[in-house]
Ligand binder design. Structure first.
Ligand SMILES: [Zn+2]
Ligand SMILES: [Zn+2]
Length: 171
């Protein structure tokens, strides 16, 4: 018998060669979380998150409000420039991420990313909803062309803002 065989701390029936590099506990593949510094157990990840999660409730509200406002302004602006919005939407996303970062400062939370993305989507909706409704209520497919640009804007701006913001936010 190989005495080196270890079993998952959470699943005593599962053999594993993995262990948490923080607390040293043996963990199976489904319990292990891959981090840039190695495998960690879920408990350690949770503890770490609590340390990193320093955002206040007002940060979420501000992140959402700023993203919504800038996205709304952006969506009006880009709807006037047609094709060029493909080039400008990423900048709007970056501006949104930077603005939110300025306001929330050094406080961090994975949830802030979501607040930013939801804000961008909500801010773009006023330009998308009327067209969408007209398609549903017999306006025909003509409405689809009307929502194409604002939808693309929301998609690009939201993903850029998310990438930018999580780049700043999570280290
Ligand atoms: Zn651990
Ligand atoms: Zn397990």
């Amino acid at each position: 018998m190989d005495s080196d065989i270890t079993f998952c701390a959470n699943h005593p029936d599962r053999e594993t060669g993995l262990s948490c590099n923080r607390c040293g506990k043996s963990i199976c593949a489904s319990c292990a979380v891959h981090t840039p510094t190695g495998y960690r157990c879920k408990e350690c990840i949770k503890e770490q998150r609590q340390v990193f999660n320093t955002a206040r409730v007002t940060d979420y509200v501000l992140a959402f409000v700023i993203s919504t406002a800038l996205s709304y302004i952006g969506s009006i602006f880009v709807s006037m420039i047609g094709f060029f919005l493909l080039l400008l939407s990423p900048f709007v996303g970056i501006i949104i991420a930077e603005a939110v970062r300025k306001i929330t400062g050094k406080r961090k939370s994975p949830g802030l990313n979501k607040a930013v993305v939801i804000g961008v989507v909500v801010g773009g909706l006023p330009r998308i909803l009327p067209g969408l409704l007209s398609v549903f209520f017999g306006g025909g497919l003509g409405g689809l062309i009307g929502i194409l640009w604002p939808s693309l804007f929301v998609l690009i701006a939201a993903s850029t803002a998310y990438t930018r913001f999580s780049g700043i936010n999570i280290r």
